[in-house]
Design a protein around this ligand. Structure first.
Ligand SMILES: *[C@@H]1O[C@H](CO)[C@@H](O)[C@H](O)[C@H]1NC(C)=O
Ligand SMILES: *[C@@H]1O[C@H](CO)[C@@H](O)[C@H](O)[C@H]1NC(C)=O
Ligand SMILES: *[C@@H]1O[C@H](CO)[C@@H](O)[C@H](O)[C@H]1NC(C)=O
Ligand SMILES: *[C@@H]1O[C@H](CO)[C@@H](O)[C@H](O)[C@H]1NC(C)=O
Length: 389
Protein backbone atom coordinates (compact mmCIF):
# COMPACT_ATOMS: atom_id res chain seq x y z
CA UNK A 1 0.00 0.00 0.00
CA UNK A 2 1.49 3.29 -1.03
CA UNK A 3 0.68 6.25 1.14
CA UNK A 4 1.02 9.86 0.19
CA UNK A 5 2.37 12.04 2.96
CA UNK A 6 3.77 15.22 4.45
CA UNK A 7 1.99 18.50 4.66
CA UNK A 8 3.98 21.34 3.18
CA UNK A 9 2.76 23.67 0.49
CA UNK A 10 4.99 23.37 -2.51
CA UNK A 11 4.88 25.31 -5.74
CA UNK A 12 6.41 23.49 -8.66
CA UNK A 13 8.90 26.10 -9.78
CA UNK A 14 11.38 23.94 -11.66
CA UNK A 15 8.79 22.48 -13.93
CA UNK A 16 7.60 25.95 -14.90
CA UNK A 17 11.00 26.70 -16.34
CA UNK A 18 10.41 23.90 -18.80
CA UNK A 19 7.18 25.42 -20.06
CA UNK A 20 7.37 26.62 -23.64
CA UNK A 21 5.59 29.82 -24.54
CA UNK A 22 3.80 29.14 -27.78
CA UNK A 23 0.71 31.27 -28.24
CA UNK A 24 -0.08 29.69 -31.59
CA UNK A 25 -0.89 26.33 -30.03
CA UNK A 26 -3.40 27.77 -27.68
CA UNK A 27 -6.69 27.55 -29.49
CA UNK A 28 -8.88 28.44 -26.60
CA UNK A 29 -9.13 32.08 -25.73
CA UNK A 30 -9.38 31.42 -22.02
CA UNK A 31 -6.22 29.36 -22.05
CA UNK A 32 -4.27 32.10 -23.76
CA UNK A 33 -5.48 34.60 -21.24
CA UNK A 34 -4.77 32.40 -18.26
CA UNK A 35 -1.36 31.40 -19.51
CA UNK A 36 -0.17 34.87 -20.42
CA UNK A 37 -0.06 36.05 -16.82
CA UNK A 38 2.91 34.20 -15.44
CA UNK A 39 5.55 33.22 -17.90
CA UNK A 40 5.11 34.71 -21.33
CA UNK A 41 5.90 38.25 -20.36
CA UNK A 42 3.01 39.43 -22.53
CA UNK A 43 1.01 42.28 -21.07
CA UNK A 44 -2.69 41.66 -21.41
CA UNK A 45 -5.57 43.69 -20.11
CA UNK A 46 -7.60 40.64 -19.03
CA UNK A 47 -8.69 40.52 -15.42
CA UNK A 48 -7.68 37.59 -13.22
CA UNK A 49 -10.16 34.67 -13.16
CA UNK A 50 -13.25 35.38 -11.05
CA UNK A 51 -13.28 33.76 -7.60
CA UNK A 52 -15.79 31.11 -8.64
CA UNK A 53 -13.11 29.58 -10.82
CA UNK A 54 -10.84 28.39 -8.02
CA UNK A 55 -10.80 24.64 -7.64
CA UNK A 56 -8.81 21.80 -6.10
CA UNK A 57 -8.07 18.45 -7.77
CA UNK A 58 -6.91 15.55 -5.59
CA UNK A 59 -4.43 13.04 -7.02
CA UNK A 60 -3.53 15.59 -9.70
CA UNK A 61 -0.81 13.56 -11.41
CA UNK A 62 -2.97 10.54 -12.32
CA UNK A 63 -4.39 9.55 -15.69
CA UNK A 64 -7.84 11.14 -15.43
CA UNK A 65 -6.76 13.98 -13.13
CA UNK A 66 -3.99 15.16 -15.50
CA UNK A 67 -6.50 15.58 -18.34
CA UNK A 68 -8.88 17.31 -15.95
CA UNK A 69 -6.20 19.76 -14.77
CA UNK A 70 -5.29 20.47 -18.41
CA UNK A 71 -8.94 21.18 -19.23
CA UNK A 72 -9.47 23.37 -16.17
CA UNK A 73 -6.39 25.48 -16.96
CA UNK A 74 -7.54 25.84 -20.58
CA UNK A 75 -10.88 27.16 -19.32
CA UNK A 76 -9.19 29.76 -17.13
CA UNK A 77 -9.56 28.05 -13.75
CA UNK A 78 -7.01 28.44 -10.99
CA UNK A 79 -6.16 24.97 -9.74
CA UNK A 80 -4.68 23.60 -6.52
CA UNK A 81 -3.71 20.00 -7.18
CA UNK A 82 -2.66 17.54 -4.51
CA UNK A 83 0.01 14.94 -5.34
CA UNK A 84 2.01 12.53 -3.25
CA UNK A 85 5.32 14.11 -4.19
CA UNK A 86 5.52 17.30 -6.27
CA UNK A 87 9.22 16.70 -6.91
CA UNK A 88 8.67 13.26 -8.44
CA UNK A 89 9.44 13.25 -12.19
CA UNK A 90 6.17 11.43 -12.74
CA UNK A 91 4.38 14.70 -11.94
CA UNK A 92 6.60 16.92 -14.11
CA UNK A 93 4.08 16.92 -16.97
CA UNK A 94 1.73 19.04 -14.85
CA UNK A 95 4.13 21.96 -14.78
CA UNK A 96 4.33 21.86 -18.56
CA UNK A 97 0.59 22.25 -19.16
CA UNK A 98 -0.50 25.49 -20.80
CA UNK A 99 -1.38 27.94 -18.06
CA UNK A 100 0.38 26.00 -15.29
CA UNK A 101 2.84 28.73 -14.43
CA UNK A 102 0.16 31.24 -13.52
CA UNK A 103 -2.67 29.06 -12.38
CA UNK A 104 -1.50 25.70 -11.06
CA UNK A 105 -0.14 25.05 -7.58
CA UNK A 106 0.89 21.60 -6.43
CA UNK A 107 0.40 20.57 -2.82
CA UNK A 108 2.09 17.64 -1.23
CA UNK A 109 -0.78 15.88 0.47
CA UNK A 110 -1.95 12.52 1.69
CA UNK A 111 -5.65 11.74 1.68
CA UNK A 112 -5.21 10.18 5.09
CA UNK A 113 -3.65 13.31 6.60
CA UNK A 114 -6.37 15.96 6.69
CA UNK A 115 -4.16 18.96 7.53
CA UNK A 116 -2.42 18.97 4.17
CA UNK A 117 -5.77 18.61 2.42
CA UNK A 118 -7.13 21.66 4.19
CA UNK A 119 -4.30 23.83 2.86
CA UNK A 120 -5.08 22.79 -0.71
CA UNK A 121 -8.85 23.15 -0.36
CA UNK A 122 -8.85 26.51 1.46
CA UNK A 123 -10.09 29.27 -0.81
CA UNK A 124 -11.51 26.89 -3.42
CA UNK A 125 -15.16 26.94 -4.44
CA UNK A 126 -15.05 23.52 -6.02
CA UNK A 127 -13.19 20.29 -5.39
CA UNK A 128 -12.65 17.34 -7.73
CA UNK A 129 -11.81 14.27 -5.69
CA UNK A 130 -10.04 12.01 -8.18
CA UNK A 131 -7.42 10.32 -5.99
CA UNK A 132 -8.15 6.86 -4.68
CA UNK A 133 -5.68 4.83 -2.67
CA UNK A 134 -4.89 1.72 -4.70
CA UNK A 135 -2.99 -1.19 -3.15
CA UNK A 136 0.26 -1.73 -5.04
CA UNK A 137 1.07 -5.12 -3.57
CA UNK A 138 -0.94 -8.19 -2.67
CA UNK A 139 -3.53 -7.31 -0.07
CA UNK A 140 -2.96 -9.04 3.27
CA UNK A 141 -5.38 -7.12 5.46
CA UNK A 142 -8.09 -5.66 3.18
CA UNK A 143 -9.81 -3.85 6.02
CA UNK A 144 -6.84 -1.68 6.94
CA UNK A 145 -5.12 -1.63 3.54
CA UNK A 146 -7.99 -0.94 1.17
CA UNK A 147 -11.41 -0.41 2.72
CA UNK A 148 -10.59 1.96 5.56
CA UNK A 149 -8.29 4.17 3.43
CA UNK A 150 -10.87 4.46 0.63
CA UNK A 151 -13.63 5.47 3.01
CA UNK A 152 -11.45 7.53 5.35
CA UNK A 153 -9.78 9.32 2.45
CA UNK A 154 -13.18 10.27 1.05
CA UNK A 155 -14.46 11.44 4.44
CA UNK A 156 -11.31 13.49 5.05
CA UNK A 157 -11.63 15.39 1.81
CA UNK A 158 -15.38 15.95 2.30
CA UNK A 159 -14.82 17.22 5.85
CA UNK A 160 -12.14 19.60 4.56
CA UNK A 161 -14.69 20.80 1.97
CA UNK A 162 -17.36 21.41 4.62
CA UNK A 163 -14.90 23.27 6.84
CA UNK A 164 -13.84 25.54 3.98
CA UNK A 165 -17.31 26.28 2.56
CA UNK A 166 -16.67 24.51 -0.71
CA UNK A 167 -19.81 24.83 -2.83
CA UNK A 168 -19.61 21.73 -4.96
CA UNK A 169 -17.60 18.52 -4.81
CA UNK A 170 -17.25 16.10 -7.72
CA UNK A 171 -16.13 12.62 -6.67
CA UNK A 172 -14.77 10.13 -9.21
CA UNK A 173 -16.21 6.69 -8.51
CA UNK A 174 -16.25 3.78 -10.96
CA UNK A 175 -18.61 1.41 -12.73
CA UNK A 176 -17.12 -1.10 -10.25
CA UNK A 177 -19.60 0.46 -7.85
CA UNK A 178 -22.40 -0.28 -10.35
CA UNK A 179 -21.83 -3.60 -12.12
CA UNK A 180 -21.82 -6.22 -9.44
CA UNK A 181 -25.52 -6.46 -8.76
CA UNK A 182 -26.87 -9.99 -9.35
CA UNK A 183 -30.43 -8.93 -8.52
CA UNK A 184 -30.60 -6.37 -11.37
CA UNK A 185 -33.13 -7.56 -13.99
CA UNK A 186 -31.29 -9.34 -16.79
CA UNK A 187 -31.15 -7.40 -20.05
CA UNK A 188 -32.26 -4.12 -18.47
CA UNK A 189 -29.57 -1.48 -19.01
CA UNK A 190 -27.97 -0.49 -15.73
CA UNK A 191 -28.59 3.10 -14.71
CA UNK A 192 -27.77 5.31 -11.72
CA UNK A 193 -30.07 3.29 -9.45
CA UNK A 194 -27.92 0.18 -9.85
CA UNK A 195 -25.35 -0.38 -7.10
CA UNK A 196 -22.80 -3.14 -6.66
CA UNK A 197 -23.70 -5.41 -3.78
CA UNK A 198 -21.02 -4.49 -1.28
CA UNK A 199 -21.51 -7.56 0.91
CA UNK A 200 -21.16 -9.87 -2.06
CA UNK A 201 -18.01 -7.99 -3.15
CA UNK A 202 -16.58 -8.51 0.32
CA UNK A 203 -17.58 -12.16 0.31
CA UNK A 204 -15.88 -12.63 -3.09
CA UNK A 205 -12.81 -10.79 -1.79
CA UNK A 206 -13.10 -8.29 -4.60
CA UNK A 207 -11.58 -5.50 -2.55
CA UNK A 208 -11.26 -2.83 -5.22
CA UNK A 209 -14.93 -3.18 -6.14
CA UNK A 210 -15.97 -3.19 -2.50
CA UNK A 211 -13.82 -0.14 -1.72
CA UNK A 212 -15.19 1.87 -4.66
CA UNK A 213 -18.76 0.98 -3.69
CA UNK A 214 -18.24 1.83 -0.03
CA UNK A 215 -16.46 5.09 -0.84
CA UNK A 216 -19.20 6.27 -3.18
CA UNK A 217 -21.96 5.32 -0.74
CA UNK A 218 -20.07 7.16 1.97
CA UNK A 219 -19.71 10.29 -0.18
CA UNK A 220 -23.41 10.52 -1.07
CA UNK A 221 -24.44 9.69 2.48
CA UNK A 222 -22.14 12.39 3.87
CA UNK A 223 -23.56 14.88 1.38
CA UNK A 224 -27.10 14.23 2.50
CA UNK A 225 -26.36 14.37 6.21
CA UNK A 226 -24.15 17.46 6.05
CA UNK A 227 -25.79 19.53 3.35
CA UNK A 228 -22.74 19.47 1.08
CA UNK A 229 -23.33 19.32 -2.67
CA UNK A 230 -21.59 16.15 -3.87
CA UNK A 231 -21.82 14.74 -7.39
CA UNK A 232 -20.38 11.33 -8.19
CA UNK A 233 -19.26 10.21 -11.65
CA UNK A 234 -18.71 6.52 -12.48
CA UNK A 235 -16.43 5.92 -15.47
CA UNK A 236 -15.90 2.47 -16.95
CA UNK A 237 -12.56 1.36 -18.50
CA UNK A 238 -10.72 4.57 -19.37
CA UNK A 239 -8.57 4.65 -22.53
CA UNK A 240 -7.01 7.28 -24.78
CA UNK A 241 -3.68 9.12 -24.86
CA UNK A 242 -1.69 9.64 -21.66
CA UNK A 243 -0.31 12.91 -20.33
CA UNK A 244 1.60 11.31 -17.47
CA UNK A 245 4.72 9.19 -17.96
CA UNK A 246 3.54 6.22 -15.86
CA UNK A 247 1.37 3.74 -17.77
CA UNK A 248 -2.09 3.36 -16.34
CA UNK A 249 -3.68 -0.01 -15.56
CA UNK A 250 -6.44 0.37 -18.12
CA UNK A 251 -3.90 1.35 -20.80
CA UNK A 252 -1.88 -1.76 -19.88
CA UNK A 253 -4.97 -3.75 -20.72
CA UNK A 254 -5.19 -2.34 -24.26
CA UNK A 255 -1.43 -2.71 -24.74
CA UNK A 256 -1.84 -6.36 -23.82
CA UNK A 257 -4.63 -6.79 -26.37
CA UNK A 258 -2.36 -5.30 -29.04
CA UNK A 259 0.78 -7.29 -28.31
CA UNK A 260 -0.24 -10.18 -26.06
CA UNK A 261 -0.53 -12.86 -28.73
CA UNK A 262 -0.71 -15.84 -28.94
CA UNK A 263 -2.78 -15.81 -25.76
CA UNK A 264 -6.48 -16.38 -26.28
CA UNK A 265 -8.91 -13.94 -24.73
CA UNK A 266 -12.59 -14.60 -24.09
CA UNK A 267 -15.07 -12.80 -26.24
CA UNK A 268 -16.61 -10.46 -23.66
CA UNK A 269 -18.20 -7.05 -23.60
CA UNK A 270 -16.01 -4.14 -22.54
CA UNK A 271 -17.30 -0.75 -21.53
CA UNK A 272 -14.91 1.92 -22.70
CA UNK A 273 -14.74 5.69 -22.28
CA UNK A 274 -12.15 8.18 -23.53
CA UNK A 275 -10.11 9.86 -20.81
CA UNK A 276 -10.69 13.25 -22.46
CA UNK A 277 -14.44 12.65 -22.32
CA UNK A 278 -14.20 11.76 -18.63
CA UNK A 279 -12.49 15.12 -18.01
CA UNK A 280 -15.27 16.83 -19.98
CA UNK A 281 -17.92 15.00 -17.94
CA UNK A 282 -16.33 16.01 -14.64
CA UNK A 283 -16.25 19.67 -15.62
CA UNK A 284 -19.77 19.49 -17.04
CA UNK A 285 -21.33 18.14 -13.84
CA UNK A 286 -19.39 20.78 -11.92
CA UNK A 287 -20.48 23.71 -14.04
CA UNK A 288 -24.14 22.78 -14.56
CA UNK A 289 -26.15 24.07 -11.63
CA UNK A 290 -28.91 21.49 -11.98
CA UNK A 291 -26.74 18.40 -11.41
CA UNK A 292 -27.28 16.08 -8.46
CA UNK A 293 -26.41 12.58 -7.30
CA UNK A 294 -24.73 10.04 -9.49
CA UNK A 295 -23.74 10.00 -13.18
CA UNK A 296 -22.71 6.87 -15.09
CA UNK A 297 -19.98 7.56 -17.61
CA UNK A 298 -19.85 4.54 -19.92
CA UNK A 299 -20.88 5.55 -23.43
CA UNK A 300 -19.60 2.61 -25.45
CA UNK A 301 -19.44 -1.13 -25.28
CA UNK A 302 -17.49 -3.38 -27.55
CA UNK A 303 -16.81 -7.11 -27.68
CA UNK A 304 -13.26 -8.45 -27.64
CA UNK A 305 -13.81 -9.58 -31.22
CA UNK A 306 -14.89 -6.13 -32.45
CA UNK A 307 -12.14 -4.49 -30.45
CA UNK A 308 -9.56 -6.60 -32.27
CA UNK A 309 -11.25 -5.99 -35.60
CA UNK A 310 -11.15 -2.24 -35.05
CA UNK A 311 -7.52 -2.16 -34.00
CA UNK A 312 -6.41 -4.38 -36.87
CA UNK A 313 -8.13 -2.08 -39.35
CA UNK A 314 -5.68 0.73 -38.58
CA UNK A 315 -2.65 -1.35 -37.58
CA UNK A 316 -2.71 -4.89 -38.99
CA UNK A 317 0.81 -5.90 -38.03
CA UNK A 318 0.94 -6.33 -34.27
CA UNK A 319 0.95 -9.65 -32.51
CA UNK A 320 -2.61 -9.29 -31.22
CA UNK A 321 -4.21 -11.64 -28.70
CA UNK A 322 -6.55 -14.17 -30.26
CA UNK A 323 -10.22 -14.13 -29.57
CA UNK A 324 -11.95 -17.32 -28.60
CA UNK A 325 -14.76 -17.32 -31.13
CA UNK A 326 -15.90 -20.79 -30.24
CA UNK A 327 -17.87 -19.43 -27.28
CA UNK A 328 -20.72 -17.01 -27.55
CA UNK A 329 -20.51 -13.62 -25.96
CA UNK A 330 -21.07 -14.04 -22.23
CA UNK A 331 -23.30 -11.09 -21.45
CA UNK A 332 -23.88 -12.09 -17.86
CA UNK A 333 -20.46 -10.69 -16.98
CA UNK A 334 -21.19 -7.22 -18.27
CA UNK A 335 -24.67 -6.10 -19.28
CA UNK A 336 -25.39 -2.78 -21.00
CA UNK A 337 -25.06 0.48 -19.09
CA UNK A 338 -26.79 3.71 -19.97
CA UNK A 339 -25.13 7.14 -19.79
CA UNK A 340 -28.33 9.00 -20.69
CA UNK A 341 -28.30 11.14 -17.56
CA UNK A 342 -24.91 12.55 -18.50
CA UNK A 343 -25.79 12.90 -22.19
CA UNK A 344 -28.90 14.85 -21.21
CA UNK A 345 -26.60 17.49 -19.74
CA UNK A 346 -25.03 17.92 -23.18
CA UNK A 347 -22.14 15.46 -22.84
CA UNK A 348 -20.89 14.38 -26.27
CA UNK A 349 -18.36 11.58 -26.00
CA UNK A 350 -16.13 10.60 -28.92
CA UNK A 351 -16.57 7.52 -31.09
CA UNK A 352 -14.78 4.48 -29.79
CA UNK A 353 -12.85 4.30 -33.09
CA UNK A 354 -11.27 7.67 -32.37
CA UNK A 355 -10.32 6.63 -28.85
CA UNK A 356 -8.72 3.39 -30.05
CA UNK A 357 -6.90 5.12 -32.88
CA UNK A 358 -5.54 7.90 -30.65
CA UNK A 359 -4.51 5.35 -28.01
CA UNK A 360 -2.54 3.16 -30.39
CA UNK A 361 -0.95 6.20 -31.98
CA UNK A 362 0.11 7.46 -28.55
CA UNK A 363 1.50 4.06 -27.50
CA UNK A 364 3.58 3.94 -30.69
CA UNK A 365 5.02 7.41 -30.15
CA UNK A 366 5.80 6.60 -26.53
CA UNK A 367 7.48 3.31 -27.51
CA UNK A 368 5.03 1.29 -25.45
CA UNK A 369 4.43 -1.32 -28.13
CA UNK A 370 8.06 -2.35 -28.45
CA UNK A 371 9.18 -5.56 -26.82
CA UNK A 372 11.40 -5.04 -23.84
CA UNK A 373 13.85 -7.81 -22.94
CA UNK A 374 12.90 -9.38 -19.62
CA UNK A 375 9.59 -7.50 -19.39
CA UNK A 376 6.91 -9.77 -20.79
CA UNK A 377 3.65 -8.06 -21.63
CA UNK A 378 1.16 -8.98 -18.90
CA UNK A 379 -2.56 -8.72 -18.57
CA UNK A 380 -3.14 -6.51 -15.50
CA UNK A 381 -4.82 -8.34 -12.62
CA UNK A 382 -8.15 -6.44 -12.63
CA UNK A 383 -8.74 -7.84 -16.13
CA UNK A 384 -8.04 -11.47 -15.23
CA UNK A 385 -11.57 -12.54 -16.16
CA UNK A 386 -10.65 -11.97 -19.81
CA UNK A 387 -8.70 -15.22 -19.99
CA UNK A 388 -9.41 -18.65 -18.60
CA UNK A 389 -6.06 -18.94 -16.92
C1 LIG B 1 -4.97 27.24 -3.13
O1 LIG B 1 -4.38 27.23 -1.85
C2 LIG B 1 -4.01 28.49 -1.36
C3 LIG B 1 -3.32 28.26 -0.03
O2 LIG B 1 -4.13 27.55 0.87
C4 LIG B 1 -5.25 29.38 -1.28
O3 LIG B 1 -4.84 30.67 -0.87
C5 LIG B 1 -5.92 29.46 -2.63
O4 LIG B 1 -7.10 30.21 -2.55
C6 LIG B 1 -6.24 28.05 -3.08
N1 LIG B 1 -6.97 27.96 -4.32
C7 LIG B 1 -6.48 28.26 -5.53
C8 LIG B 1 -7.29 27.84 -6.68
O5 LIG B 1 -5.43 28.84 -5.69
C1 LIG C 1 -4.76 3.93 -13.58
O1 LIG C 1 -6.15 4.09 -13.58
C2 LIG C 1 -6.81 3.19 -12.77
C3 LIG C 1 -8.28 3.40 -13.01
O2 LIG C 1 -8.55 3.26 -14.38
C4 LIG C 1 -6.38 3.43 -11.35
O3 LIG C 1 -7.00 2.49 -10.53
C5 LIG C 1 -4.87 3.31 -11.24
O4 LIG C 1 -4.44 3.68 -9.96
C6 LIG C 1 -4.17 4.18 -12.23
N1 LIG C 1 -2.75 3.92 -12.21
C7 LIG C 1 -1.84 4.86 -12.43
C8 LIG C 1 -0.43 4.41 -12.38
O5 LIG C 1 -2.14 6.02 -12.66
C1 LIG D 1 -12.56 -17.40 -35.73
O1 LIG D 1 -13.40 -17.03 -36.81
C2 LIG D 1 -12.71 -16.67 -38.00
C3 LIG D 1 -13.72 -16.26 -39.05
O2 LIG D 1 -14.82 -15.63 -38.49
C4 LIG D 1 -11.83 -17.83 -38.49
O3 LIG D 1 -11.12 -17.45 -39.62
C5 LIG D 1 -10.89 -18.26 -37.37
O4 LIG D 1 -10.19 -19.42 -37.77
C6 LIG D 1 -11.67 -18.56 -36.10
N1 LIG D 1 -10.73 -18.85 -35.01
C7 LIG D 1 -10.89 -19.84 -34.14
C8 LIG D 1 -9.83 -19.96 -33.09
O5 LIG D 1 -11.81 -20.59 -34.20
C1 LIG E 1 -20.74 -16.40 -17.97
O1 LIG E 1 -20.00 -15.85 -16.90
C2 LIG E 1 -20.53 -16.12 -15.61
C3 LIG E 1 -19.71 -15.34 -14.59
O2 LIG E 1 -18.35 -15.61 -14.69
C4 LIG E 1 -20.50 -17.63 -15.41
O3 LIG E 1 -21.05 -17.95 -14.14
C5 LIG E 1 -21.34 -18.32 -16.50
O4 LIG E 1 -21.24 -19.72 -16.38
C6 LIG E 1 -20.85 -17.91 -17.88
N1 LIG E 1 -21.75 -18.39 -18.90
C7 LIG E 1 -21.34 -19.01 -20.01
C8 LIG E 1 -22.42 -19.42 -20.98
O5 LIG E 1 -20.15 -19.25 -20.25
Amino acid sequence: MKLFMVSVVFVLKDAFDLAVCDGSRRGEQQAGRAASGGWCGVEMASPPPPPSRRVCVTGGGGYIASWLVKLLLARGYAVNATVRDPGDPKNAHLGQLDGAAGNLRLFKADLLHPDALTAAVAGCEGVFHVASPVPSVKVVDPESEVLVPAVKGTLNILQACSANNVQKVVVVSSTSAVHFNPSWPQGKPKDETCWSDRNLCLKNEDWYMAAKTLAEETALDYAEKNGLTVITVCPCIVLGPLLQPVVNTSSEFLIYVIKGGPTVMNNMLWHIVDVRDVADALLLVYEKVETSGRYLCAPDQISTKDLLHNLKKTRPDYNYVNCDNGTNLNTSIVTPITSEKLKNLGWKPRNIEETLFDSIEYYEKAGLLQDVEGCPCKLPHPFHMATDK
